[in-house]
Design a protein around this ligand. Sequence first.
Ligand SMILES: C[S@@+](CC[C@H](N)C(=O)[O-])C[C@H]1O[C@@H](n2cnc3c(N)ncnc32)[C@H](O)[C@@H]1O
Length: 404
Amino acid sequence: MNTTSSPDELRNRLVDEVRNNGYATNPRVEYVMRTVARHAFVPEAELTEAYDDNTVVTKRDTDGKSLSCASEPSIVAMMLDQLDPQPGQRILEIGAGTGYNAALLAELVGPDGEVTTVDVDDEVASQARRNLDDQGYERVRVVTRDGVLGVPEHAKYDAIILTVGAWDIPATWREQLVVGGRIVLPLRFRGTTRSILFVRPSSEDRLESHGMRLCGFVPLTSQYGDREESIDVDGHVQIGWDCDQPIEASVLSGVLDLEGVTEWSTAEVGPFDPFDGIWLHTAMHPGGCRISADENAVSTGLCKPIIRYRTPALVDSDSVAYLVAQPCEGSGDGDRRSRLGATGHGPRARELVQAMLHAIAEWDTDRGRVPIATILQSGVRSESAADVLIRKTECRMMLRFEKS
Ligand SMILES: C[S@@+](CC[C@H](N)C(=O)[O-])C[C@H]1O[C@@H](n2cnc3c(N)ncnc32)[C@H](O)[C@@H]1O
């Protein structure tokens, strides 16, 4: 990249790229992304880094793990497209970070709207306050608090957005939202994370989803409902699952040393074709979860999932199966297509491999299809039909695919 370009040129180039990636489809979102100076919210980053379509980490823990960052601009745009904030609205953001997204929100709601942003980390919140003041967004409120509590003193909100990963949906967020209000949040379930738009319908006790898209976020510091543990002695392979699932990593210990079974589906993907929709079908299985393997596990052939650090898997007590791929026959450099399949290990490997092939086939009939999610607070009765019920601590999540 030409380092002599001005911030405005770099920003416009970045937004062109975000648009090409299929985000900022809302012209108002595109406009504010071309307006707000992202580099001013990450003052320690090089200009080129500030205008790369990537996260900019602004705080790490002593092990180097990211604690706070400015999120990837494409994901910021995708979530603002989902939220669709309107002039004059009152918005709550959870995860103030650098303050950049709060500034975008302030532009979107205009002078008659209100933006409140909250961060659990005092140092991060103070820096967000400084960044916002420096850029003329004094009217954005910055609060230091655990975002799980929301900010009831300024509720109710027309919309809430989380820019930090959630595993559960506490009643506080729904209660602080007006009837008809929208909440967009990255929600973890069955090993995957989706940015889901929920609307609070007239009924008091539920949220209904209107679309979900793949994303990844640092988790909220105060929700502990999912687990990740190794299933081999040396810690090269991990599985990740939800605490309501009957999964015990210790029961799977050593399973990958047993001879594997691999079968292939008829589904093919090109090098840039997304296949993350398969997660949404494995999530319908009681053992739907995630597997990740380090380079050693892949090079020794112990475990070769389609994406090393994050692949859909199915577990049934002492057995596991996961998504794999192999180059299609005759596929050369110019046409690198892969066939999808499943590899399983353990006494129930064959059944799990068949279940994974079924998930692949379901996805392949309509690759863009996403389920509808309904959120009910724990303890609230419901007659609604669901293909799967995920019990979280504060809510139940019901998922169903509409019949096509
Ligand atoms: C990806 S960053 C947010 C990016 C931000 N929206 C921006 O535009 O720069 C996630 C933030 O969530 C914050 N966070 C983590 N757990 C939290 C919690 N329990 N409550 C509120 N904020 C939390 C982190 O401190 C971090 O700053």
